[in-house]
Ligand binder design. Structure first.
Ligand code: F6P
Length: 527
């Protein structure tokens, strides 16, 4: 009889749960007369390397890759095998084919999810359309760099959520050594955010990018109006001539007053939190140049090709999803933490929060049934080694079990004494080892229970291709999690209600609960 997903989740729960140190013992019996690999063999079984040259038509031999190591997690052969059965039961292969064929994978909104086409992977016609959009952006970026708008030293990029987190991450990660343009990403409606950017820019040399898929988001449109006023107040002729619109609603941008030649459109079928690859990535290209932006796309394409063409546990993205689901559903972990041992990835945990929590924080399945278990854990994290001196106490001795991802680069991101980078990496690896091994103390307060899981993602270098690959890896990881849970990762109705309520308050004349009415009165907002 064919097993259902529910049967397989039950079976996963009843698989024995050895400790991490037991898993490393090479004498362990894996059941059914099979020896479970321990020690180095276990590391070999659970470590995989992706070469970023793969999938790059321009330069298949391009160096650089990423090593993924899940050997300090509780994955073993039995768990991996069961998840492979689950993937079959959930028709993972079919869902993945639909994604890459540009079919509808977001049924509630009747849309495909075409972000991979911007990286050159997917349905041929859609790839061609995406390439034309990227070329258009490239021409504008190059024209600006060559002085088509006069001397441009600053770009204020205005957007929020998916229209800001990717640009902020990309600019921060890639333009530390050399920036062709000083970029400020402003998202919050709190005027203090925009004022901070104004303070750092010369209005006579500033461009404004208004980034909004819908071109209706209240925070973005309000900030954009204030930016235009700032230019006008500072005697800039034709302030709206300084605006570049990045949007899937070009008509909305025209109606708002942007000239068509300065609108960089992208496809409706590219979700906001998957839009860094589209014209939403314009500020990244402005900061590092179009060539590096294209490298970022190429790195992401290498992950697309691996994810599309590899089955079972050999698919490293799928393996990450197996680990995520093992901890969230079998071990009931409510959070997962990501620590980047690299200053350049300081914004990566923020980026992942939207990607994972907005995609998979759902309570019904794609066919509208209540979900049969917890969905996305809470993603949180920070930068090493700072976080060690702030939150790692809880990781080592707290009562929560928290699976951790460590991300680091072998090549340093600084030119100082190599001691900096050596100490950084040694700390990263030591934390994983300590979480796993624990230590018996002379009293309970000094006891470290150990057996706490972590995975390590170790990049050769954090260049544009690697950043693209890291982001694409997590996009597909999020998709794979969703498929195995039976949910739609591409809608986000959860954010709508709060927006509607805020609009209702703004419009006035509506009655709210007594608490909210009290707060409105206290702030003088109910007149
Ligand atoms: O409120 C959530 C959200 O819809 C995100 O999904 C999106 O990235 C963000 O708002 C911004 O939307 P837009 O790009 O349309 O301004």
């Amino acid at each position: 009889m064919t097993k259902t997903a529910a049967d397989l989740w039950n079976e996963l729960e009843s698989i024995p749960q050895p400790t991490l140190l037991e898993l490393f013992s090479s004498q362990r019996d894996g059941g059914e007369g099979v020896d479970e690999p321990g020690g180095k063999a276990r590391v070999e079984m659970l470590t995989g390397r992706l070469e970023l040259g793969a999938g790059r038509e321009d330069d298949p031999m391009a160096p650089g890759g990423i090593l993924f190591d899940w050997s300090k997690t509780h994955l073993d052969r039995a768990v991996l095998g069961k998840f492979e059965e689950l993937a079959d039961a959930m028709k993972f292969g079919e869902h993945r084919s639909k994604l890459f064929a540009g079919e509808i994978v977001n049924p509630t909104e009747g849309r495909a999810a075409d972000h991979t086409t911007l990286r050159g992977v997917g349905d041929a016609a859609k790839v061609e359309e995406a390439a034309a959009l990227i070329d258009r952006m490239g021409m504008l970026v190059e024209a600006i760099h060559q002085g088509a708008f006069g001397e441009i030293a600053h770009l204020i990029h205005i957007g929020i959520g998916g229209s800001a987190l990717g640009p902020a991450l990309g600019v921060d990660a890639l333009s530390r050594d050399l920036s062709l343009c000083d970029v400020h990403v402003v998202s919050n409606i709190d005027g203090a955010a925009l004022e901070a950017a104004f303070a750092k820019c010369d209005p006579a040399k500033t461009l404004i990018a208004v980034a909004s898929k819908t071109f209706t988001t209240i925070e973005t449109m309000t900030n954009a109006e204030s930016a235009l006023k700032w230019l006008a107040d500072n005697d800039v002729d034709d302030p709206s001539g300084r605006v570049i619109a990045l949007t899937a609603n070009p008509q909305g941008a025209v109606d708002w007053g942007v000239d068509e030649t300065r609108i960089l459109p992208f496809q409706e079928s590219v979700g906001g939190r998957y839009s860094i690859w589209s014209s939403i990535g314009f500020p990244i290209a402005m900061a590092v140049g179009m060539e590096d932006f294209r490298e970022m796309l190429a790195g992401a394409a290498a992950i697309d090709v691996h994810f599309r063409d590899t089955d079972g546990r050999g698919n490293l993205v799928l393996r990450a999803a197996f680990s995520d689901l093992y901890y969230s559903r079998v071990r009931k972990c409510e959070t997962r933490a990501v620590f980047a041992y690299d200053e350049r990835l300081g914004l990566f945990p923020d980026y992942l929060q939207q990607l994972e929590m907005e995609s998979n924080g759902k309570r019904v399945t794609a066919d509208m049934q209540p979900v049969d278990g917890p969905t996305a854990p809470i993603t949180w994290g920070g930068v090493g080694t700072d976080a060690q001196h702030a939150v790692f106490q809880l990781l080592h001795q707290g009562t929560h079990l928290i699976p951790v991802d460590f991300i680091a680069s072998i090549a340093p991101g600084d030119d100082l004494d190599p001691a900096h980078h050596r100490i950084l990496l040694m700390n990263c690896f030591a934390q994983g080892a300590a979480l796993m091994a624990g230590k018996k103390g002379k009293d309970p307060a000094r006891n470290y229970p150990g057996d706490r899981p972590s995975a390590t993602i170790l990049c050769d270098d954090l260049d544009s291709a690697t950043l693209g690959a890291l982001i694409a890896f997590h996009e597909h990881r999020t998709f794979a999690n969703a498929v195995l849970m039976g949910i739609n990762p591409f809608d986000q109705f959860g954010v709508e209600l709060g927006k509607q309520m805020a609009n209702a308050i703004e419009e006035g004349g509506n009655e709210f609960d007594a608490s909210t009415e009290g707060l409105l009165a206290a702030a003088g907002l109910n007149e």
